[in-house]
Design a protein around this ligand. Structure first.
Ligand code: ZN
Length: 414
């Protein structure tokens, strides 16, 4: 009996959610629309659109923004997303810092702040930094806290299947297997979502960046670590264990440098920032010493980039080595996954001739169809904001993309 009631009761509600999400999605993707235009592009009847739009305005998710151009007759009233109708807190957790932002429903940023961390501080201290930082951005954003829909945390490494904890993160091992999502949920009384950082930036690239309209691509994050987010047929590909995209720990030199994961010669140990700094500082010339000092910190990539741009030979060569190692791995990978666009999300992506070009030429050496199928290697359009924006997309996606699983999203209260 009970089941029957639930099933018949949920169907109209699901349909309503789907139609609301459809209207929101069309306006998000195509810009402001009139009610008549919405009826045309959704295929819904005029009364149905009136009702749906009325509900969305009432919930403050849509707003009227004035009159559009007339096609004869009265000028239509245009509707747009209400940026202040709902918010998400996006958090980018890295081994060096935590950055957090309050993101509006139109994915603009209302407030943003960061704090340095040391992974050696341990879980409790890092959780406390994160908690204080989130409280700070919520306070500074001056948004209505009741309209914050949830918190999304992007993190390096591998995520647990339940998406509630970090399973493996060689650079942040003190957080491994800790109840991060649950602890934040309990404190903030909000839903908390975790996601691997490179996947969050791939998602942001797909929703808000240059990957709009590209159904198959790889987004590669190069930072202190190395990871990637793989998008296949318009969806993030996670793999059976949630490991998909973990390119940093492909062993490419069995006798190579030690990796934090316990193996030797992982791709990360040849490509990521510490590898570039290590190679450049092996025999630094006077220019590199002037920029980086006698001993550059393993993550101080800025001084290496500056020296390389001024033509320092060992800085240039260390960057090229990193690009070649990555290009070879990507060329091999493309032979397996057969995609044609790669986004590079890193400070290094600003070095087109020096870095991206080196990836392109090495990659085409290993990719079998390089002559027939040109591969695009492009800088990410969002940069390191991609992680935060991707987490905001995950939190607020149900407003735009209702499916049976997410149809139960609640409308923000006043
Ligand atoms: Zn490794």
């Amino acid at each position: 009996m009970e089941n029957k009631t639930t099933a018949s009761g949920s169907r109209p509600r699901l349909l309503k959610q789907l139609n609301r999400a459809l209207v929101m999605r069309i306006i998000r993707e195509q810009g402001p629309k009139s009610r008549a235009e919405l009826a045309r592009s959704t295929g819904l009847s005029d009364p149905a659109v009136l009702k749906i739009v009325g509900g969305l305005i009432n919930d403050r998710l849509l707003q009227e923004i004035g009159e559009g151009d007339s096609t004869g007759g009265r000028k239509p009233v245009m509707l747009d997303i209400n940026p202040n109708g709902a918010f998400a807190v996006g958090v980018d957790l890295t081994p060096e810092y935590i950055r957090a932002a309050v993101v509006r429903l139109d994915f603009s940023i209302a407030a943003e702040a960061a704090v340095s961390i040391d992974p050696a501080e341990g879980y409790t201290a890092i959780l406390e930094h994160m908690r204080l930082l989130i409280e700070q951005v919520i306070r500074e954003s001056h948004v209505n806290p009741h309209r914050i829909m949830g918190i999304g945390v992007a993190h390096p490494g591998v995520m647990s299947e339940q998406a509630d904890r970090i399973l493996l993160a060689s650079n942040l091992s003190s957080l491994e297997n800790m109840p991060l999502a649950k602890d934040l949920e309990r404190h903030f009384q909000l839903p908390v979502i975790l996601e691997v950082d490179a996947r969050a930036s791939a998602l942001a690239e797909m929703w808000l960046g240059d990957a709009r309209g590209i159904a198959n691509f790889l987004s590669v994050d190069i930072d202190v670590g190395l990871g990637s987010g793989l998008v296949l047929n318009g969806h993030i590909y996670r793999g059976v264990n949630g490991m998909a995209g973990e390119i940093g720990h492909m062993v490419v030199e069995p006798q190579g440098p030690d990796c934090a994961c316990g193996k030797k010669g992982c791709l990360e140990t040849l490509v990521a920032f510490p590898a570039i700094v290590r190679e450049a500082m092996r025999s630094p010339g006077p220019m590199l010493q002037a920029y980086c000092g006698e001993q550059a910190s393993p993550v101080d990539i800025d001084c290496i980039i500056e020296a390389a741009q001024k033509g320092d030979a060992s800085a240039v060569e260390s960057l090229r080595r990193s690009a070649r190692a990555l290009g070879m791995a990507l060329g091999n990978l493309l032979n397996v996954i057969d995609i044609s666009t790669i986004f590079i999300n890193s400070k290094l992506a600003a070095l087109d001739e020096l870095y991206l070009q080196e990836i392109r030429s090495t990659l085409s050496h290993y990719f079998l169809l390089a002559n027939e199928m040109p591969i695009q290697v492009r800088p990410s359009s969002l940069g390191r904001k991609g992680e935060i924006l991707g987490m905001a997309v995950l939190v607020m996606r149900p407003f735009f993309q209702a499916d049976p699983e997410s149809a139960s999203i609640n409308t923000p209260s006043n």
